[in-house]
Design a protein around this ligand. Sequence first.
Ligand SMILES: Cc1ncc(COP(=O)(O)O)c(C=O)c1O
Length: 373
Amino acid sequence: MTDAKHHPSTLAAQGLGWVDDATRAISPPLHMSSTYLRDVDNGYRSGREYIRSDNPAFDQPEALLCALEEGAGAALFASGMAAATCAFLALGKGHVIAPKVMYWGLRKWLLEWSPDIDLVDMRDLDALKRAMRPDTKLVWAETPSNPTWEITDLAAVAEIAHAGGARLAVDSTCATPVLTQPLALGADVVMHSATKYLNGHSDLIAGALVTRKDDEYWQRVLALRSQLGGVLGSFEAWLLLRGMRTLFPRVRTACANAQTLAERLSSHPAVVEVLYPGLTSSPGHAIAARQMKGGFGGMLSIRVKGGEQGAIGTAAQVKLWKRATSLGGVESLIEHRASVEGAGSPCPPDLLRLSAGIEDVEDLAADLEQALG
Ligand SMILES: Cc1ncc(COP(=O)(O)O)c(C=O)c1O
């Protein structure tokens, strides 16, 4: 077993060092059973009744994520959206605040389904203070935020949320536990689309929540996960653990590649602007340097000359980068983001979103440079 004095990268590489009791296997067995044997006295001494609430395939990946985020509990979900929506639904009625710039799918759901929501610029702390109301239950933040990679000062936002009696939840999908621990900065809940970096291989969909306290709210989250049924499958949980074991080297390589690409593209004549918090010229750089350890993430965006058609035309020319949505996989992806987000999105039309993978950065740079022409 690994223990608390080991570094997070060691905990991840060994999946906390768990060994299967029955076989001494160092990789966990794949538990596929949907139900568990009841004892003759009608009890369930195994502690498990039915897969919708008790899946042993979740134990190790949830324990590992909880250790990496330094939380009191973690819960896997069928997708990032299942995790995020559960975090809101568990609040019951009340006012919520979310960022103007955030994952578009969740913003769309919030605007369609949450009757009482305000969207604010999370970089503007006075605007957040003004938006707080006595019945505000939750402040949602995402940092770096899709698709312009704005940085939110989590410690400052946590203070404002707590002063107003609200919780702070953070979508930390793009920061990953390698770079940021939102709970240590004051957040109450962390959310991940585990589809992205946690898994890292673009071959499953999964989500997760991690809590700072095992309180009444967290118990409602767990109950809702089971009641709504948005649970992960056993094989996906197994694959996710396998992916998490290489999280640190994957994220570190992606960060180094993104940093190099951001610096090189900044001086490219066809690039109007590079959006990446690792650039010293980026408005969020100072906060990111304080809040993120060891890198600024694998995500960056470029705004290219020629507007929307210039951006779509550039994406059409890549040969190595893959034109696809999503992010956080080992392969590099490029996407004309406004085409995905549609009307009402704050995404500029000339923006290409880049998810840097772990390929050789010279190959990635050369492909982009030839595509930019
Ligand atoms: C930052 C972020 N949060 C949440 C989600 C939603 O996750 P999922 O696709 O796993 O439901 C995504 C998906 O793209 C994302 O990029």
